[in-house]
Design a protein around this ligand. Sequence first.
Ligand code: TXA
Ligand code: MG
Length: 303
Amino acid sequence: METQVLPFTDDSIAEAGRLILAGEPVAVPTETVYGLAADATNAEAVARIYEAKGRPSFNPLIVHVPDLAAAQRIGEFRDDALELAHQHWPGPLTLVVRLRAGAGIASIVTAGLPTVGLRVPDHPAMQALLGASGRPLAAPSANASGSISPTRAEHVLRSLGGRIPLVIDGGAARRGIESTIVGATGGPLRLLRRGPIEIDAEAASGAGIESPGQMASHYAPSKPLRLRAEAAEPDEYLIGFGVIDGDANLSPGGDLVEAASRLFDLLHSADASPKARIAVAPVPDAGLGAAINDRLRRAAHRA
Ligand code: TXA
Ligand code: MG
């Protein structure tokens, strides 16, 4: 794939909007770092973010929206969260709140959690792309897994060149570090990631900093889970892959983007089924399969 780099103009944003609606990820500047954005309502589009980044595990992603009203259609805001939103949006603050039922956010975006990280960015390019696409945009930093966050279009190109169709060049990202993340989902506000916005000690009191990869923020099914199953035992709900069919199938055709896009939905289905245990067919470890297997292994050990 050839990666185009286009300056931030009406025309490049229109092209980026078309790509987003076609299910492709696009790199776009925000005021913190460049993000790799995809339609948060399209699970396969979001799976392509992971494919492009080569990320070996699924983390919940931040959903970018144009304004607070759009955020409130997706998440439930308590008064303390609303107050922070009024104070700091648009800006480098992400609020983790309860996800509204029926909000249309793909389960791969929240990595299966009942909560969602929301941010109203303060950058004209990201705002223009939100307008052009009309979709909430899931966007982690636009770098390959393991490399540092990009603050210029050329950093994105160096890291993801050949793996994404388009980078919008909006110059240097002003802040250069990722947004502050605050959780408002139960109990007091919690500071989940430090960033450009200082949240006062009182607001964050009682908070331990949770590092991004930490497990409290990760969904796992409540039932025992068996890996690399060729067939189901009588009390197992089998999640199939490819020719190993089960109660459900991650991807009958063996497509890893499709499998990643369905992973959390099927884990939830398995959890909700009357069967006491879950089994999952072997998934190859290549490409996105590594992230799928990482999540499955964690789920297997947790139970
Ligand atoms: O500045 C930023 O926030 C950049 C730009 C592109 O907006 N984005 C960014 O995304 O840093 P990312 O994917 O690197 O950070 C996502 C982190 C997760 O690792 C997790 O710590 C937190 O946000 N997060 C998102 N949703 C969450 C949730 N439902 N529960 C707990 N943590 C969540
Ligand atoms: Mg990152």
